[in-house]
Design a protein around this ligand. Sequence first.
Ligand SMILES: [Zn+2]
Length: 479
Amino acid sequence: VIAAATIVVVIAAVAAMLVARADDPGLDASATSTTARPTTTEAPTTSSPTTTTLEPVAPSPGHCPSIPARRTPDPDRPRYTVRVDADPATGEVVGDVTIRFTPDLPVDELVLRLWANAPRPAQSGAHIDAGPPTSEGAKLEVRQPDPTTLEVMLPRRAAAGRVVEVSLPFTLTIPGPASDRISRSEDTLRAGSFVPLLAWEPGAGWSREPPTSAFAEAASSPAADWSVAVSVPAGYTVLASGARGSDGRWAGSGMRDFAMSIGRFAIATMTAHAPGPVEVTVGARAGANPSSDAFARRAVAALEDLARRFGPYPWPTYTLAITPGLDGGIEFPSHVMQGAGTIGRTTPHEAAHQWFYGLVGNNQGRDPWLDEGLASYAEARVDATLASFQEKEIPADGRGHANAPMAYWEPRQGSYYRSVYVQPVQALASLGAPDLVDCALALYAARNAFRIATPEDLLTSLTVIFPDAAARLAPYGLP
Ligand SMILES: [Zn+2]
């Protein structure tokens, strides 16, 4: 049993390393483009945020239309109030969360995902225990059909529009290193997607996609507001999602997850104009090469370029932690984790995820290509590497399957990167002039901001400019 299990673990780890390396070969071309790009405005919209249908945009074949005002977050979005004590020396993260949730459909339960119990963190022995939950002082029943899914039974059905508030304690144990979002190594702690997360897709219901053992995500969660108090022993610095207020709490608005990196960092700060001011804070080990300054310059350049193409960066801060034992990068809203050797492709790729995953969410278990394909396309535009993406061969078991869910890639992890990252870039590039594709993606971002978008939502925006988009994308298996 031990030997077999070890072999399985080794195979999975090797496959994951191949994926992670493929994602970050360290290309380092500079971005130069002088073409006029679409801009968006920050005017608030008056459309109902919970509606799943969007106002049509007039067809504009072959031309970039004026981009409508970006959608604002749902006023009834969830709110997480969190307290955590984290100690890198022991790997213990102990806390509690109160979740205020207003469903737009009637619910009998809350489905919370415990992503820290997913297969990759579990390989290094990481584990989260959450509960028992309470609501209005009463203890609630729970079911845990699998390690990543916690079903909290409500005492009575909650009608659509009715506020539900549930509190629960949690204990996250991070015994050692993993090339993933839950990891402890040396004096560094990475903790991403560790707070029990509402798996709600407005208009659709609960997302129950299985976790993946790949270097990937299977999460889906609505944009929410966060207030997180993080306490750490003296001498450590926290970099996290959101902005640290004068009360010491990390606060973020319209964010679908929360992550933090804790270490003894040399800090670099810069301001990006994307186009509003964005405070960029990078932490890396003192004396690291590349330094936190070098990463900060690269991140600022990427954020500014991306904002010119796809609309304003959505938050006032961007934090980036360079920590040991991470082969690539991992994106969270306004916080990114990268390994020491990833200043090349990974920096613009993870920055691009702030638009495609962070701002415009998707069900990453069902439609992993939607954020990975678009982040890869955006990365290629920032670094002017579209041609190298177009040259890459797509594996036979991935060709025409760009839209497959993570469950399909679970046994095909060697094909995952080229099929789900590269193939959609080739599909988008086949539509026409890259500046027009950028424009269509800016339209998609404005119309679907702070939502969980579907492949059909993307097709709708592409079709405004490329009337034959459906026929052109079909050979790639899209949408
Ligand atoms: Zn990515």
